[in-house]
Design a binder for this molecule. Structure first.
Ligand SMILES: *Cc1c(COP(=O)(O)O)cnc(C)c1O
Length: 500
């Protein structure tokens, strides 16, 4: 398996090269040159445990890794003690027959990002060895909250790596901020950006492609790499759980192999739902992708009109990990749906950068609409959904998951497709967003996160993850904030490269 870039199809790189490099030099995203068909393997795979299934899938894409290397990455990443058992769980809803929650947040940081970021550091270490890099890898990440913590936790004290995370000053939840500010590890740094997530992401992208920054790192014996979902090593692990969920549906719910399911995904940077699309391209029977947005409904509008337009007000919502106006991974979907037309992609992305919008035209739009349903849900509807899900189902869900549940409800209402088994990605623990979850259940929670957690435990009779309650007693290590044009200076300073 070789890899191309969405904006340069002449490339033919190995998996280790694209994982080490993160983003292609001309700004495009790395994509596998084809998606291996696995239709004939489904029956054989259906009984596998999570780790075995992950190995099977990784072997198809990481063809320059040995089987032993893949097995070792997987074993280190998905140890049961890290996830309190199986990494993912499919939860049955009692009241709504066809829908299941795919809980992806049982890892160390209580959000689904762990599914990829527990394994990426191991992919990266192997990749650096293979590409003969004796240099230290500097992982730069922009985060709307969950990626940052998951990257810090995944990379902390991994030899040969450093991690620097930027988050939007007022764009993350108090718990997310606390998780990052108290991060342990000798190779980590965390800094707030005076701006929103798109500002943080743009700053990081600029640093990655800035020749002067790259030269400075080179001199210092380092190189940049990325832990954002633009890195192929982030996306690949996410393909696994869609297969796994499908096999669970077959096992538990009597679905026959080959019968279709829908998936509904609370979407921000379009990584999670793209992994589901890749699973379908490999032969997993998925009928419809329900793409759920919050009030930042740029994807909903895109799916409905074929016009991607970021020129709009940005809202800070109760589902902050989806507060995004530029969904990077959409580029990979459009690359696939346009028949790998890298010239068109380069044009659209240039138009987005220059003018703030682009129109993919009728043909691609129809393909998008064929596969995707786009819907959105504002904060009031999110809170209502958290409350109803608790009252009706006895299930405490976080705000992001609630967005997906509400958009799924809209989908059923609009299309009448209430019978197709549907897997709804549940992306965070409700305790990670305790203030908003509690606020949905009873009037006015306080501002102290730990009191909110305690009250939520009392009210729901469930237990908060120990990783979150333990933060209360951890000292704050990071409290820097910089202007968005100062991010590169911060990077140089924290790497001790300012003089270079
Ligand atoms: C990151 C995140 C999302 C959005 O996922 P994308 O892959 O960026 O679309 C949704 N929910 C939670 C809790 C997240 O952390």
């Amino acid at each position: 398996m070789r890899y191309k870039s969405t904006r340069n199809t002449d490339l033919r790189l190995e998996a280790s090269q694209v994982i080490a490099q993160g983003i292609s030099r001309e700004g495009g995203l790395f994509v596998p040159e084809f998606l291996p068909g696995v239709g004939d393997k489904l029956a054989g795979w259906s009984g596998l445990g999570y780790q075995e299934l992950a190995q099977e899938i990784f072997r198809l894409f990481l063809t320059d890794f040995s089987s032993e290397e893949i097995a070792s990455c997987v074993e280190k990443a998905y140890r049961p003690e890290k996830f309190g058992g199986s990494p993912v769980r499919l939860r049955r809803f009692t009241a709504s027959g066809a829908c299941r929650l795919l809980e992806l947040w049982h890892g160390p940081t209580c959000a689904f990002k762990d599914m990829a970021l527990q394994v990426l550091p191991h992919f990266l270490t192997v990749s650096l060895e293979k590409t003969g890099q004796n240099r230290e890898a500097v992982i730069l990440a922009a985060t709307s909250g969950d990626t940052g913590k998951a990257a810090l936790e995944g990379f902390k004290d991994v030899p040969g790596t450093r991690v620097i995370v930027f988050y939007p000053q007022d764009g993350v939840s108090p718990m997310q901020k606390r998780q990052m500010a108290t991060q342990e590890g000798k190779n980590v740094a965390v800094c707030a950006i005076d701006g929103n997530f798109d500002d943080a992401q743009a700053a990081v992208k600029r640093i990655f492609t800035d020749p002067a920054m790259n030269a400075a790192l080179d001199k210092g014996g380092m190189m940049f790499s990325s832990a954002n979902s633009i890195n192929w090593g982030r996306l690949l692990p996410q393909i696994v759980y869609y297969f796994y969920a499908y096999f669970q549906l077959c096992g538990q719910d009597g679905l026959s192999l080959g019968e279709p399911m829908n998936v509904a995904v609370p979407t921000g940077n379009f990584g999670n739902i793209l992994a589901a699309y890749y699973a379908r391209s490999m032969g997993l029977p998925i009928k419809k992708f329900i793409c759920a947005s919050n009030a930042n409904r740029v994807l909903t509008d895109f799916i409905r009109t074929g016009i991607y337009d970021r020129r709009r007000e940005f809202f800070a919502t109760s589902s902050p990990s989806m507060d995004i106006l530029v969904s990077s991974n959409l580029e990979r979907l459009l690359y696939a749906l346009s028949g790998q037309d890298s010239a068109a992609l380069a044009g659209w992305m240039e138009a987005l950068a220059q003018n703030g919008w682009y129109d993919v035209g009728g043909e691609v739009r129809e393909k998008v609409q064929d596969l995707f349903y786009g819907g959105f849900c504002d904060d009031a509807a999110t809170a209502r959904t958290v409350r109803d899900t608790w009252r009706v189902e006895g299930c405490l869900c976080d705000t992001h998951t609630a967005v997906a549940l509400d958009v799924y409800r809209q989908y059923v209402e609009e299309t009448g497709d209430g019978d197709t088994p549907t897997v709804i990605a549940s992306t965070a623990s409700p305790y990670k967003f305790a203030a908003d979850v509690l606020g949905a259940l009873e009037p006015a929670g306080g501002t102290d996160e730990f009191q909110n957690i305690a009250r939520l435990e009392e009210l729901s009779g469930t237990r908060a993850p120990a990783q979150l309650t333990a933060l209360k007693d951890k000292p704050v290590r990071f409290q820097d904030t910089v202007a968005k044009d100062q991010a590169s200076a911060y990077v140089l300073a924290s790497l001790n490269l300012s003089g270079i």
